[in-house]
Design a protein around this ligand. Structure first.
Ligand code: AP5
Length: 212
């Protein structure tokens, strides 16, 4: 199963990608996570990317396309994968096709902007294992540390109100056109993320099981 998770920042792509990974035993390729790991490594390439992420701007296409091409060549992707956060531009979608990758479905998650702002403002992430929480909806057991590995939870630099607004604007301009792009191929599965995490998961699993 080769899937794309499309949707605005904070719509729940990462949350749902983890459920799909566990259910279908296929890896999640999150370009955001890969770029943040490069940043953390302190590499020269990582440092160049910091200003894009911190301002909520897209990293240049050629860099992110190279990252995905390298990752898709790994053996664990041979039976399928979930692309979370890629493609984000029509040029990236065309590059994915040029790599010879045919996706089975594009799960297009929708959520109104005002709910997105609330979800992203409350998001806390584990800097060690990457687990994601929300201060009120999905808190960790003690509210400050990761349930999985015990590290102190942090807020992402790009989860501030001004940067969230810019990320939403960038999404509308550069990424939203991908819905029409993939709809023309008959691959779009629209999913609303307004319900609970479990409701959204059930809607996605129902659609994927029908697809199988
Ligand atoms: P990236 O890391 O991909 O960020 P994003 O797309 O903005 O998405 P998020 O991770 O913010 O949100 P999400 O949809 O995964 O939501 P989540 O599940 O966490 O990208 C970051 C940056 O990297 C970009 O701005 C860009 O600079 C760069 N980049 C990455 N890919 C790129 C590309 N292809 N090209 C160029 N640049 C690229 O959920 C959010 C919160 O809501 C969490 O707290 C969660 O617990 C909570 N939640 C989830 N579902 C529910 C629910 N149903 N009810 C209540 N709360 C919920």
């Amino acid at each position: 199963m080769k899937l794309i998770l499309l949707g605005p920042p904070g719509s729940g792509k990462g949350t749902q990608a983890a459920f799909i990974r566990d259910r279908f035993q296929i890896p999640v390729i999150s370009t955001g996570d890969i770029i943040r790991a490069q940043l953390k490594s302190g590499s020269e390439e990582g440092l160049k990317l910091k200003s894009y992420i911190d301002q909520g701007e897209l990293v240049p296409d050629d860099l992110v396309i190279r990252i995905v091409e390298d990752r898709l060549a790994q053996p664990d992707c041979q039976n399928g994968f979930i692309l979370d956060g890629f493609p984000r531009t029509v040029a990236q979608a065309q590059a994915l096709e040029a790599m010879g990758t045919k996706v089975d479905a594009v799960i297009d998650i929708a959520l109104p902007d005002e709910i997105i702002v609330d979800r992203l403002s409350g998001r806390r992430v584990c800097p060690s294992c990457g687990a994601s929480y929300h201060t009120t909806v999905i808190p960790s057991a003690n509210g400050t540390h990761c349930d999985r590995c015990g590290s102190e939870l942090v807020q992402r630099n790009d989860d501030t109100p001004a940067v969230i607004r810019n990320r939403l604007a960038v999404y509308g301009e550069s990424t939203a056109p991908l819905t029409a792009y993939y709809r023309a191929e008959g691959k779009v599965i629209p999913i609303s993320s307004e319900g609970s995490v479990e409701d959204v998961k059930a809607a996605i699993f129902g659609a994927l099981e029908a697809l199988q």
